[in-house]
Design a protein around this ligand. Structure first.
Ligand code: PEP
Ligand code: CO
Length: 448
């Protein structure tokens, strides 16, 4: 069978409930096909080049954002805050590691979610589970939970608005956020490494002032900041309607986001998601965590990247803190043996979710950090380069994950628990994590 943007539709597909009205689905699909692209093929090529560098040990990938974006969350402060925290984290990483950082947001398209069960019961009524605003409504009634293809247009619109604002902000370098004296850092006083942290902030401060003194235009240092977009390619109607050919270049590009990823639950070799992803030019994230089969994973990578193109595959491992030692050494050895030029990234979030006694879904800062630490350690021992982290995080002051220097405990979780899906690191926890990631990276790959 020859690949085309809809060839996945002839394969079995997981995690995508059937739309009840196929005529309406087709109408919306065509509407989406005719709308202008959100991003360009040359941006995709550029990101791939940067990721190729990372796969060679030059650079570090910082990928992060909400577990699930919502239509309602398409608002100025939320977008600004995510950009702000990602920039600040990347300054910390650049400064501490002396290597370029590639920033990729889970943003402007991250609206669809895999779920462990198709149905749930609320107040005695059985209804479809919420699968993200791209598919159905969070509202707890059976009608609102039906998949609605008009939501694909709304997701496109919200992504476009988000991207437009991001591009405007990054165009001028988002100058006032480059100054660490404007960061909110008091919380770090409780971290055991506060002295190191303070020294780093002072040194970033000095470096920026130095640049501003010697360059007449204060914006030149960080003019045009790049933030790439990414989402899980889950609702393949949305992704395939925006998969296009472009003039004078071979191949098909998903022009809805720079990078897309394959979720841990949709990675079946003979399934629709793998069929779709093998035909597009974008860099592709592959989530790998238990349960997984090593041989199947190798075949999956070979299927998606048969030419062994560098910068194409980001292997995002999400083992859970207790499983890193069990799975990672064999996995790294096997990838080396096959000669796959992958970017290794660690998602320390998805294997470490638990519920409190009050049934609040959370994650602990310590588990997240420990998965990062052990993953670095295994890569170091295997002579391999861990080139990125993948975090669920926000720039807002939410209370969803416990721990961190601000000492959030389980009782504090309901103060500002906002997520509809998985718990995220908040502003302070994210900055602290960046600092600790840089420390771990230096242990493995630093010169000192
Ligand atoms: C996610 O990244 O939101 C997600 C669902 O991850 P995974 O597929 O690794 O469970
Ligand atoms: Co998630």
């Amino acid at each position: 069978m020859e690949w085309h943007p809809l060839s996945w539709n002839e394969k079995p597909i997981k995690q995508l409930p059937p739309y009840p009205n196929t005529a309406e689905l087709q109408r919306r699909y065509r509407e989406l096909q005719n709308l202008p692209p959100l991003i360009t093929s040359w941006e995709i090529d550029k990101l791939k080049e940067k990721l190729a560098d990372v796969s060679n040990g030059n650079g570090f990938l910082l990928q992060g954002g909400d577990c699930a974006e919502t239509f309602e969350g398409c608002k100025s402060p939320k977008i600004v805050n995510l950009l702000k925290v990602m920039l600040q984290m990347s300054f910390i990483l650049v400064h501490e590691m002396g290597t370029p950082v590639v920033r990729v947001g889970r943003i402007a398209g991250q609206f669809a979610k895999p779920r462990s069960s198709d149905y749930e019961e609320i107040d005695g009524v059985k209804m479809l589970n919420y699968r993200g605003d791209l598919i159905n409504s969070y509202e707890p009634n059976a009608e609102a939970r039906k998949p609605d293809p008009a939501r694909m247009i709304e997701a496109y619109n919200k992504s476009g608005l988000t991207l437009n604002f991001l591009r405007a902000l990054t165009d001028e370098g988002f100058a006032d956020l480059q100054h660490p004296e404007q960061w909110e850092l008091d919380f770090m006083k409780n971290n055991e490494y506060y002295k190191d942290y303070e020294a780093m902030v002072n040194s970033i401060h000095k470096a920026i002032h130095f640049m501003e003194t010697i360059t007449p235009n204060v914006f030149t240092t960080l003019h045009k900041i790049d933030l790439y977009t990414s989402h899980e390619a889950l609702n393949l109607y949305y992704d395939s309607a925006q998969t296009r050919q472009v003039p004078r270049k071979p191949g098909w590009f998903n022009l809805s986001g720079h990078m897309v990823w394959l979720g841990n639950r949709t990675k079946q070799l003979d399934g629709g998601h793998v069929e779709y992803l093998k035909g597009i030019e974008n860099p592709i994230g592959i989530k790998v965590g238990p349960p997984f089969d090593l041989d199947d994973t190798l075949r999956l990578i070979e299927t998606i990247n048969p030419t062994h193109e560098a910068g194409k595959i980001v292997l995002i491992t999400r083992m859970g803190v207790d499983h890193v030692d069990e799975y990672m050494p064999g996995f790294i050895k096997a990838i080396k043996k096959e000669g796959h030029p992958v970017v290794w990234s660690c998602d320390p979030m998805h294997g470490n979710t638990f519920s409190t006694e009050n049934s609040v879904k959370t994650r602990s800062f310590d588990d997240i950090l420990e998965e990062i630490r052990t993953t670095f350690a295994v890569h170091r021992a295997e002579g391999s380069y861990l080139g990125g982290v993948h975090l669920e995080m926000t720039g807002d002051n939410v209370t969803e994950c416990v721990g961190g220097a601000n000492g959030l405990n389980e009782e504090g979780l309901d103060t500002n628990y906002e997520t509809y899906c998985d718990p995220r690191l908040n502003y302070e926890q994210s900055l602290e994590m960046a600092f600790l990631v840089a420390k771990e990276w230096n242990k493995s790959y630093g010169n000192s």
